[in-house]
Design a protein around this ligand. Structure first.
Ligand code: ZN
Length: 277
């Protein structure tokens, strides 16, 4: 391997030279992946987008998977957790072909329930919106896998919102969009813990009552208890809140916080609504 290869493949779990070893600038990448999107390509092929720990979101072409006698086990399903092998194309714009795929989990329990399936589709939409393409975001693969595995674990329906809050909280923190909740973004003072906070997404966080003037359409209230829950959700893995059921008033507060914050960040409402109790 040349120096260039070692830089390209740095941090990857397993890479191999091309089959003949002659094209050393295109390392083979073997990694775990979560399927986020799939679309038909031509008559027999599929394009699938995966979230990977090492390369972020990557789109790959699965040639011939829709042929009647396809040897690669048919097309990819959304939310499949797989081990995949592909040859990185570096900065080339052409889609790399997927050369091998082993399904590690199809998440059958998640798929068997309407609420967890909807939650899974919501997770896919959030991941696609907040994880940049082709860029590694540390911890995001573990966060995503924790959310999907927990939704597949037969959890109580009342705990599904908590799992999605932990996913939203982690995604906002990792992508740098977590609003400031501990200080007023205008004067820098710590808001009084007893009071309901006023959150202004366009200003990047909460504003104290002295600084908040008038009622603008884009601010919303956040109770002190709701803010406490949001702080916790930003730091935990979804699996850690598998049994957490929030009191309805706090759950509503937290849901409004994530809905409004993500609406501001993404500038559009989600197409797939999260299941509510
Ligand atoms: Zn202030």
């Amino acid at each position: 391997m040349t120096d260039r290869d070692s830089r390209v493949t740095e941090g990857l779990p397993r890479t191999e030279k091309g089959a003949l070893g002659y094209n050393s600038s295109m390392p083979r990448v073997t990694c775990e992946a979560l399927a986020l999107r799939r679309s038909v390509f031509g008559e027999t092929s599929q394009i699938a987008e995966f979230l990977t720990r090492e390369c972020g979101r990557v789109a790959l072409i699965l040639k011939g998977v829709h042929r009647p006698k396809a040897r690669k086990g048919g097309g990819v399903d959304l939310l499949d957790h797989c081990q995949i092998v592909f040859t990185s194309r570096g900065r080339s714009r052409s889609l790399p072909p997927l050369s091998e795929r082993v399904v590690l989990s199809h998440h059958p329990t998640l798929r068997s329930r309407e609420d967890t399936l909807r939650a899974g589709l919501y997770a896919v939409e959030r991941l696609r919106a907040l994880v940049p393409e082709g860029q590694r975001l540390r911890g995001v693969f573990e966060l995503a896998l924790s959310a999907i595995s927990t939704l597949d674990s037969g959890l109580a329906p009342q705990s599904v919102p908590s799992v999605l809050f932990a996913l939203d909280g982690g995604l906002l923190r990792m992508s740098g969009f977590q609003p400031e909740l501990d200080r007023c973004v205008s004067c820098g003072r710590q808001p009084h813990a007893k009071h309901s906070l006023r959150c202004v997404p366009a200003m990047g966080g909460v504003v104290c009552s002295a600084c908040f003037v008038g009622h603008d359409a884009v601010s919303f209230p956040l109770s002190a208890a709701g803010a406490g829950a949001v702080r916790q959700f930003a730091r935990v893995q979804p699996s850690a809140v598998r049994d957490v059921v929030l009191p309805p008033a706090i759950e509503n507060d937290v849901r409004r916080f994530y809905d409004r914050t993500l609406l501001h960040v993404l500038e559009r409402p989600p197409r797939c609504a999260a299941p509510a109790n």
